[in-house]
Design a protein around this ligand. Structure first.
Ligand SMILES: N[C@@H](CCC(=O)N[C@@H](CS)C(=O)NCC(=O)O)C(=O)O
Length: 100
């Protein structure tokens, strides 16, 4: 979808269920599917497995990554992740900063 969106020329290679078992063996042996799975992207001879990883890579290249969360949001997120309640000054700091 990103390639379409960006007007990138690419080759979409699809493999049928029937041909997969035989092809998988060859692709694993030649290192073309390091995890024995699809999808993969081949770019300039470099194989990229794991869709989440290469999606992030291309999103970065195409300037589609969202800005990082503000530091206080990140602190709140980490505290909540560990089951801790963010102190009021951490939670309120952005609102306080805006009101002054
Ligand atoms: N985490 C991988 C998962 C890939 C995956 O599960 N691929 C499946 C098809 S959707 C596959 O290759 N199955 C065939 C097999 O394992 O032999 C990714 O997101 O790229």
């Amino acid at each position: 979808m990103m390639f379409e969106d960006q007007g990138v020329t690419y080759k979409d290679v699809r493999i049928s269920r029937e041909e997969w078992p035989g092809l998988k063996k060859t692709l694993v042996e030649t290192g073309q599917t390091p995890f024995g799975q699809l999808p993969i992207v081949e770019l300039a001879g470099q194989i990229m497995p794991q869709s989440a990883a290469f999606n992030r890579y291309f999103a970065k290249i195409f300037g589609k990554t969202p800005p990082p969360p503000p530091p206080l949001t990140m602190i709140n997120l980490l505290l909540l992740l560990f089951g801790l309640r963010p102190p009021a000054q951490v939670s309120m700091a952005p609102a306080l900063a805006r009101s002054t």
